[in-house]
Design a binder for this molecule. Sequence first.
Ligand code: BGC
Length: 714
Amino acid sequence: MNTIQIEALVKQMTRLEKIGQMTQITTSFFNVDGAKATGTASRMKDVEQHKWIVGSVLGKLDAASMLRIQRDYLQHNRLGIPLLFMTDVVHGYKTIFPVPLALSCSWNPEVLRRTARVSALEAAAAGFQVTFSPMVDLVRDPRWGRVMESFGEDRLLLGQFGAAMVEGYQTDDLQQPDTLAACVKHFAGYGAAEGGKDYNTVDLSPLSLYNDYLPAYHAALQAGARLMMAAFNTLNGVPATANTWLLQDILRKQWGFDGTVISDWGAVKELIPHGVAAGSEDAARLSLQAGIEIEMMTTAYIEALPELCEQHPELEQKLDEAVTHILQLKQELGLFDDPYRGVSEAREQEMLLHPSHRQAAREAAVQSMVLLKNQNVLPLNPDHKLALIGPFADNQHILGPWSVDGDPNHTVTVLEGLNQQGVHVQSLSTDDTRIDEDALHQAIELIRQSDIVVLALGEREEWSGEAGSRASIGLPPDQLKLLRIAAAAGKPVIVVMFAGRPIELAEVAHHADAILMAWFPGTEGGHAIADILTGRSNPSGRLTMSFPYHSGQIPVHYNHLNTGRPAHLLTQEKRYKTQYLDVPNESLYPFGYGLGYSEFVYGDIDADTGELSIDRPLQVSIPITNNGDYTGCETVQVYIHDRVAEIARPVRELIAYRQIELKPGETARVEYTISAEMLGYYHTDLQYRADPGEFELIIGPDSHRGASVMIRIV
Ligand code: BGC
C-alpha cells in the first residue's frame, strides 16, 4: 500500500471508523488470559460494541492469541484494516535484561542496541509490532520510582542510549517481521515530577527544557522512532496531553516528526481531574486539537468526537491526519501485506529464552553492575568459606519492574550463580523488612563458620517502577541491623545491592568492605553477579545517576549550576554559601563513578594548540595505562565547563566518552575530536550556538575527578 492508496482508504472510512482507529484498548477485550483487565477496562464496557473498529490493542499476548484475534478482527472489520498490537517491552520480553537505568551504566550504546534487538526478536515472535520504549525522561530525583526506566541524569547519554534502542528495535527495515516500531516516551519532562511523586506537576523553564530535557526525545526521533507518547504530567501548567506547544510547535514544526502520537494510559480523560476539561467532550477536543492521535484506554474520542465533528467540521481534518499517520504506521510495519507478520507458534517457541538471548542478558548484566567500593576483598578468594545472607540471597524476584512477560521461574538467583561456579557457600534467606531475632541468631552462627560474608540486600521490585515513589530511599531498618551485626562479627562484608534507583548508602559504605550495585539485573542476574564476585568478569559499570548521602540533598545531579556563592569558593566567610549545615554538598557516589579490578592511570592531556573554531575542531588525547593485574575496561570521560557564558552553565557537562580495554601493563592513547558544536548551548533567544571564549576541558574517570586544560573557541 502506498501513500495514494492510504489516501483512498481514508476517503472510504466513515467518521466512526476513523475514530475507531484512534482508540486503543487492551487485549482483554479479545479474551486474552491475564491481560490487564483492571478497573479501567471494566469501566469501558461500552467499547465492546466498537471492538471491531478499534485501531490498536495493548497488553498481554502470545502467538496463538495474536493469530486468532487478527483473524477474527479481519473477518469483522469492514475495510479489512489490520489491528495493531502494542506493549511495553522495556528491558526484554521473556528474556529479561537489567532495568534501563542499569543498562545505561554500561556506558555502551552497543549494549542497549543489542538488548533492544533481542527484545524485538522475542516480542515480534509473540505477535507484537510496537513497543512503548525507550523512555528518555531525564531524571534527577531518585525518589521517583520510574528512574529505573530512564538512562539517568545526563542528556547526552539519554539521547545516545535512546537512539541505540530505537535502532535495535526497528533496524533499518521495519517491514521485516522480527522488528518492533519504537514509541519514545513520555513527552515531555515526566522525569521532573515535583517531589519525586509520580504523575506530579512539572515546571521547567524554557532554557532548562531546551538544554537538558528536550534533546534526548529529539535524538531518539532522529534515530527513526515511529511513535511518540505524551506524558501524564502538566508542563508549565498545561497537561502534556493537551499541550499544543509540545505536540505541534516543537514535535511537528520544529522537529518535523511525521509519525504517530499516542496518549499515555487514560490520560485523555485525566484532563478532567487536571482541571482543564469539564467532561469527556472537552477532553476529546483539547487532546485532538493538541495532536493526540491514539487515545489509550479511555473512550472520550468514541464518546464525543462523532458529535463534535458534526458541530465543528474543521475537526474532520484532524481525524484524517491522525488516521493517515496510523495507517502509514501499519503500512510501514508490513501489515497490509501480511497482517500476521509471519507469526507462528513454532517461531515463538524457538525465539523465547533462546540460549543466545540468555547469554546476551548475562553479558549485559555484567556490564551494568557498578562496583562502588572494594577494600581488597574482591574478587573472592576461592579458598574462603562464604556466608550468603539476606532477602536477595536466593530470590528470583530480581527481574525488576516493567518486566511484563518475564517469569521469575526462569531467573538465576545469586545462590544458584555462585553454586554453579563452584563457590563454597552456606546461605540464609531472610525477609526484607522483618528480620527477627531468630533469623539474626542464625545469621551470626553462619558468619561464625565462614571466612567472608556476602549480604544480598535491597528494595523490593514493587518499591520502584510506576507509582513506586518513596520519600526516603534508604534500606529498611532491619536490613541495616543485619549489616551492623555482620560488620561487628569482624569478618569482611560484601554487600550486593538490588534496587531500581540510587539508594542512600552512607551507612552501608561505613560498614561494608565492598559494595556491588547489582540493580535489578534480570533473568541472568545470579550468573552475572557470580561472574563479578569470582573475578571471572572485571566490573566496568559507571553510574549514570548520582547517589546522595541523604534524601534531603535531592536533587544532587553532577551538572548543576554554580551560584554566586558556591561552597568551594575560598573566602573567610564560612556561613553564607550554598551548602547544607548538616550533610555534604556533593553526592556520595557521583555520576560517572565506578571501580573495577584494574588500576588505570591517567597521563597528561595533549590538547594541541588548545584553539578551535566553528569550522576547525580540536584534537585532544590522553594516555591511559592499566597498572593492575586484570585486563579491564575503562570509560574515559570528557567534561566541559564554559567559564563565561550568556547564561549560567553547568559546573561540568559531559561532552564525550570512550571505552578502552587494556591488558595489565598496557598503555593506549585515547583521542577525541572536540568541535564547537559540542561546546554550544541554547541561549536566551532559544537558539543553539557556541560562544567564543575559554572553556575548561576535564578528562577523568568520573564527574568529580580528572585533569583539566584550558581550550578556547576563536
Ligand atoms: C505508563 C506508560 C506505559 C503505558 C502502557 C502507563 O501507565 O505510564 O509508560 O507505556 O502505561 O502500559
